[in-house]
Design a protein around this ligand. Structure first.
Ligand SMILES: NC(=O)C1=CN([C@@H]2O[C@H](COP(=O)(O)OP(=O)(O)OC[C@H]3O[C@@H](n4cnc5c(N)ncnc54)[C@H](O)[C@@H]3O)[C@@H](O)[C@H]2O)C=CC1
Ligand SMILES: CC(C)(CO)C(=O)C(=O)O
Length: 307
């Protein structure tokens, strides 16, 4: 059985960025699992995955693999599929890991980490929040739009495996940090995504739309409800600090189309139920987040059903 240091499940925008930092961190054989044969063929034809960061292009000689044909076990598995595809990757993750492997889930919103923790009881499972903007231009070309921080942690006790992963990614230039309170960061990141993602998706705009007068008014209304939801889980969030983090995030990734805006522009389903829908569930009637969730679903409906 072949063993790899690090594998990526889901070679989209963030999967590509993780491959970039891992390769620069010294991992030269990186299996990246894809859903479509077409992606694998396009990457092979290109000689690897191209990442553009600033004005430089980097060609990464990754190993593109179809998700139905796993090629070995991995010490670290970084899962970067969309939240609604996580359940389809559980079988694959069982096959490419053993009891010593660490799985890091990087989805936005709430639900993905919980699902994998529940389904993969005999594995080390951690969650991470990603403060990086990335865009997949085509099957083999990904733009790094800025930000370089990932904060990760394991909810079921500390593991030194995360520090090993941190060393690899730090060497590659990623500001990867390990925390003992990942849920706090997940709530903060939920705030960032609950504001930036739907506002950019509804308006089909870059992240900087959030910095406008109306973006700021809506941000406050969204965040007021997030604070109520977080309190139900025992987290007391400071509104002013949260808004500062959100606007800083929008500024750092101002030229990025959020992952949800990219979904809408590519006629794909969004992660709205895991972000604003999750907040809405905790605040009852007359929820701004519920209205936002419904609007995003209406937009999805307009292209999914071909109206
Ligand atoms: N794009 C961005 O700037 C950011 C994205 N995120 C989060 O990261 C996660 C990934 O987002 P993106 O990379 O933008 O998504 P993406 O849609 O670009 O990539 C996901 C990839 O996973 C693949 N996939 C789906 N099912 C699969 C399976 N069973 N096996 C293998 N591959 C499969 C899809 O074909 C797709 O290429 C999301 O939760 C997103 O919210 C977080 C921060 C920033
Ligand atoms: C950080 C941000 C807002 C970057 O665009 C993101 O998480 C996303 O696009 O989903």
């Amino acid at each position: 059985m072949q063993y790899y240091d690090l594998c990526i499940v889901g070679g989209g925008s963030i999967g590509g960025i993780i491959a970039y930092y891992s390769f620069r961190g010294g991992i030269t054989s990186i299996p990246v699992y894809y859903r479509s044969i077409e992606s694998i063929e396009a990457i092979m034809k290109n000689g690897g995955l191209t990442i553009k960061y600033g004005d430089k292009e980097y060609l990464l000689p990754i190993i593109p693999v179809h998700h139905s044909k796993p090629i070995g076990k991995c010490r670290f598995v970084i899962n970067t599929v969309k939240a609604y595809h996580v359940k389809d990757t559980i079988n694959l993750m069982h096959k490419i890991t053993d009891e010593d492997s660490l799985i890091l889930m990087l989805q936005n919103g709430f639900g993905s980490l919980e699902l994998v923790e529940e389904k993969m009881l005999n594995r080390y499972v951690a969650g991470g929040v990603v403060f990086i903007g990335a865009e997949r231009i085509n099957r083999y070309y990904i733009l790094h739009h800025g930000g370089r921080t990932i904060i990760a942690g394991r909810r079921k006790g500390f593991t030194a495996k995360l520090l090993e992963l941190m060393n690899i990614l730090n060497r590659g230039g990623c500001d990867f940090r390990v925390t003992s309170n990942i849920d706090l960061y997940r709530w903060i990141k939920l705030g960032v995504n609950a504001v930036i993602n739907p506002l950019t998706a509804i308006t089909r705009s870059k992240n900087k739309i959030v910095l406008t007068q109306y973006g700021r008014i809506l941000a406050e209304k969204i965040i007021d409800e997030l604070i109520i939801a977080a309190e139900k889980y025992g987290f007391k969030l400071d509104k002013k600090k949260l808004l500062t983090t959100i606007f800083r995030g929008a500024k750092n990734t101002s030229e990025n189309y959020s992952s949800m805006a990219q979904d809408i522009m590519n006629n794909k389903p969004t992660e709205i139920d895991y972000i604003n829908g999750f907040i809405a569930k905790h605040v009852g009637e007359k929820s701004v987040n519920e209205v936002i969730t419904l609007i995003v679903h209406l937009i999805e409906e307009s292209y999914m059903k071909n109206h």
